[in-house]
Design a binder for this molecule. Structure first.
Ligand code: ZN
Length: 453
């Protein structure tokens, strides 16, 4: 056969494989797709009981996944939350202090993509915000890193994230891959996506797409109707993102990649809509449930069995759980701060020992920490010198501060926080941080978005 025709045959073969998907041996290591949806409140999803139909695709995916109903993010904004998930270290240990833009994620931390790369996986990322870009250290371990959609708050990115994910899928077919996808549309500015208009009769002064700094300027004068409209726009963004997540999951099925992949869908944090006295719309500076209660869905390879897990877990548990489930090798003595969850034996969740789950934020001059253990959650605002205690079982909306009437619980949870803070402080000792080297255009972009102190 002439060389040219054998090349043509090879190309034809490769094309056919990319069309039909590759049937891999059942013993091959599973592919892994980790999807983060930015700014996605758990309680705005159908699978968490939300009355609007914001999440039909995720609801279907949930029916074939482990659904963690009580997952806490370790920080209420993007960079520290996602860094914490990828390293299983707490934000302060990683160096996220009161500086924005944040320092670069240090090379000394082993990230999930680095673990996959060292275990023979191809690795790729498609992200949609500078705050988890290569200049902030998030490229570690990724062979390919697509930032084409990091274009600001009004940029609609879900269709492009899916299209770019498909480019990766077209090229990853001989070895297992780890694909990290970051969807951004539910983040402000809140856009209206036809046909998902949940407040078509709104006749107020706000336009869809108004950005958060503008909303904050007007926050005291916003009427209840305005707030309803803002929530409706946020829901429209969720529904639109869900539609594209659904297309991606459907595409994985068509490629024969769905069944045998480990697929995770989670959020980095939620969003607040002026629920509190400290009037705010957005995220990052409080630790109430609307910001740190996030969805986490995990579909195991070779399984489409749905299961609800009520045990409280943290995003910080994600990396060790993946490592243990897939039996990935990590260097001797490597330490995760989170726990390896028994994903393959969900019956064990009911016997999982209770462990305190911590979160914190240090932005805009604030310094808050929280700890959740059992039904109780303590929030300490160190600058305001205020402690609030909530019973999440009877008061999931955190309306009744019980700190004054339950001093013993406040004392013991304060002690938990103090021990944890001391532990993280010791682990952090000697950490060398490097400021992000952003160009003028990137700094201006972040400033316009309110991300510079
Ligand atoms: Zn975020």
């Amino acid at each position: 056969m002439r060389p040219r025709s054998s090349l043509a045959l090879l190309l034809l073969g490769a094309w056919l494989l990319s069309c039909v998907g590759v049937s891999r041996s059942p013993d091959a290591p599973p592919n892994v797709i980790l999807i983060f949806v930015d700014t996605l409140r758990a309680d705005h999803l159908g699978l968490f009981g939300y009355p609007r139909d914001t999440s039909p695709a995720l609801d279907r995916f949930a029916a074939e996944s482990l659904v963690f109903r009580n997952t806490t993010a370790q920080a209420p904004w993007t960079t520290p939350s996602i860094a914490s998930a990828l390293t299983s270290r707490y934000p302060w240990e990683l160096g996220y202090a009161n500086s924005r833009p944040p320092a670069v994620l240090s090379d000394e931390f082993l990230t999930l993509p680095e673990i996959f790369a060292a275990n023979g996986y191809r690795t790729g990322a498609v992200i949609s915000h500078l705050l988890i870009g290569t200049k902030l250290g998030f490229g570690q371990g990724f062979e390919r890193f697509d930032v084409a959609n990091a274009q600001g708050h009004q940029h609609i990115s879900s269709p492009s994230i899916v299209e770019r994910a498909q480019r990766f899928l077209n090229s990853f077919h001989d070895v297992p891959f780890f694909l990290f996808l970051h969807f951004f549309d539910p983040h402000y500015a809140y856009m209206l996506h036809e046909p998902y208009d949940y407040d078509p009769d709104y006749a107020g002064r706000l336009d869809a797409g108004v950005d958060q700094p503008e909303l904050l300027k007007r926050i005291r004068s916003l009427s209840d109707e305005d707030m309803q409209y803002i929530r409706a726009l946020y829901d429209s963004e969720i529904r639109f993102t869900d539609e594209h997540l659904g297309l991606l999951l459907e595409d994985l099925r068509k490629r024969g990649l769905y069944e045998n992949s480990l697929i995770i869908v989670a959020a980095d944090h939620g969003e607040e809509f002026r629920e509190r006295e400290a009037l705010h719309i957005g995220h990052s500076s409080t630790l109430y449930q609307e910001l740190i209660h996030i969805p986490m869905l995990i579909k195991l390879p070779g399984s489409t069995e749905g299961r609800v897990v009520d045990a409280p877990v943290g995003l910080i548990d994600l990396a060790p759980s993946i490592v243990e489930t897939l039996a990935l090798q990590v260097p001797d003595g490597h330490r995760f701060d989170g726990r390896a969850l028994p994903l393959r034996e969900p019956d064990q969740f009911s016997q999982l020992p209770e462990a305190p789950i911590f979160s914190e934020t240090r932005v805009r001059g604030k310094y808050l920490q929280s700890v959740t253990l059992g039904r109780w959650k303590l929030i300490v605002d160190h600058r305001a010198k205020r402690k609030s205690l909530y019973d999440l079982e009877s008061d999931p909306g955190e309306r009744n501060d019980l700190a004054a009437s339950s001093p013993e619980i406040v004392e013991s949870y304060t002690e938990l926080l103090a021990e944890w803070t001391e532990d993280v402080w010791q682990k952090r000792e000697g950490l060398q941080l490097r400021p992000a080297e952003l160009d003028r255009d990137e700094i201006e972009k972040l400033r316009a978005l309110g991300y510079m102190n």
